[in-house]
Design a protein around this ligand. Structure first.
Ligand code: HAM
Length: 420
């Protein structure tokens, strides 16, 4: 136990951190281009926020939340997603006060107690984007464009954009009724979750992961046949804007998403070779959530992408850049008497902007040279007692296998010239 991370969690080791920094840098640049500003909310929130926001009949709330009572007897939940928290912060900090469209993005850990497998973890990382305050379908299209550009900028190919509308509280009652009629003859064959959701929220039956239920739901009526005029018009306009922006999409009437707050637009980006966890990114409009959380009725739209899945897809397509951890200069210090001087040179080199390192274990010349090679050092500085006496060092160019003796006072200038 002591030497094993909890199931479904993973260390990000130093040789992989470069991949994460690569993603994060690209995200910050892209969000800057689109005018989205970063927000950092707490890792945990009041449980009620997610119960109310995500929906009591969803898998996330019913089975997957990390919920505990804190020492003050409050029910606290590690965030399973960040849209509800972004909305909470938007209301608490009155982020609506000086803009009619508040554009936010976030990067961070989320927590869901699900069965771990490739691409599905209990702690995972999302990059998400939320645009709060505007009902215009152009904003849906802007959000989708950003999502598509994110994966394109990474070089990912064969990504499918699936698009649907899940209607609104006006058109949904008609659809719920049609769904109940459709499922009534087969509900006894479905899983316990579906049975209990049949009355409370029959749309969840379309999202069940059970194979048998999936099969039974295959020919269920499509919500797009029940949309009210407003939702229908919105859905068509989103498609028009996407076409105008040159974004290809596929309509998928079966796409309902796993969280209850969605209204109108729902979309997912899929990378099929990832198999069961092929949903790399998902989002949609959630015009009722802000009011549900205690604010004024305010339209909003957003998405989130699982960065572990993005990294898996990048790995499969061989698109991860090499990270350079090479050292510029390695100092080989020989003997106790030269240690302080070597340390002074090391400090000066680092102050001068070089990636510098030295051996601290008093190893032999051969062992230290080996270390310099392992660190891929471009230059090695050799400092022995004779050199110290002469206030000089031997500077070795590791790539060209040449060396020269130079004064310590000239070292920094010399290296600066050589590395320009
Ligand atoms: P979601 O579909 O639940 O939506 O999650 C978004 C993405 O997070 C998924 O497409 C997937 O890539 C990743 N993801 C989810 N669960 C896991 C897991 N257990 N392990 C690894 N990756 C996972 C949301 O979370 C919404 N808040 C998105 C949103 C933002 N809608 C509007 N605004």
């Amino acid at each position: 136990m002591l030497t094993k991370a909890p199931r479904g969690t993973k260390d990000i080791l130093p040789d992989k951190v470069g991949n994460w920094l690569y993603l994060e840098n690209l995200i910050r640049k892209l969000c800057g281009q689109y005018g989205y500003r970063e927000i950092r909310t707490p890792i945990f929130e009041h449980t009620e926020l997610f119960q109310r926001g995500i929906g009591e009949t969803t898998d996330v709330v019913e089975k997957e939340m990390y919920t505990f009572t804190d020492r003050g007897n409050r029910s606290i939940t590690l965030r399973p997603e960040n849209t509800a928290a972004a909305v909470r912060s938007y209301l608490e900090n009155k982020l609506y006060a000086d803009t009619n469209l508040c554009k936010l993005f976030y990067i961070g850990s989320m927590f869901r107690y699900d069965r771990p497998q490739a691409g599905r973890y209990r702690e995972f990382h999302q990059f998400g984007v939320e645009a709060l305050g505007e009902a215009n379908p152009a904003v849906d299209a802007e959000i989708i464009s950003l999502a598509v550009q994110f994966l394109k900028d990474l070089g990912l190919k064969d990504i499918k954009l699936l698009l649907n509308s899940v209607g609104c509280p006006k058109c949904r009652p008609v659809y719920r009724q049609r769904l109940q009629e459709f499922f009534k003859p087969v509900i006894d064959e479905m899983c316990d979750d579906c049975k209990s959701r049949y009355d409370r929220n029959p749309m969840r039956l379309l999202d069940c992961k059970n194979e048998k239920c999936k099969e039974l739901a295959q020919d269920a009526p499509a919500i797009t046949d029940c949309l009210c005029d407003e939702c229908n018009d919105h859905f068509h306009k989103v498609q028009e804007f996407l076409t105008a922006a040159g974004i290809e999409f596929e309509l998928d009437p079966g796409l309902v998403r796993g969280l209850d707050y969605y209204t109108k637009t729902a979309f997912e980006l899929k990378y099929v070779p990832l198999g069961a966890q092929s949903a790399v990114l998902g989002g949609g409009r959630y015009d009722g959530l802000i009011e549900e959380c205690g604010g004024k009725s305010t339209p909003a739209v957003g998405f989130a992408t699982g960065l572990e899945r993005v990294l898996l897809a990048l790995e499969m397509q061989n698109l991860l850049p090499e990270t350079n951890y090479d050292t510029d200069v390695f100092i080989v210090a020989l003997g106790d008497a030269v240690q302080a001087k070597a340390f002074e040179i090391l400090a000066n080199l680092r102050r001068g902007g070089f990636k510098a390192a030295m051996d601290f274990a008093g190893r032999s010349m051969k062992a230290q040279m080996k270390q310099a090679n392992k660190a891929n050092a471009k230059f090695t500085i050799i400092l022995g007692e004779d050199e110290l006496q002469a206030n000089s060092v031997v500077l070795k160019n590791m790539n060209e296998s040449t060396q020269e003796t130079i004064s310590i006072d000239e070292l920094l200038n010399k290296l600066t010239t050589l590395t320009k």
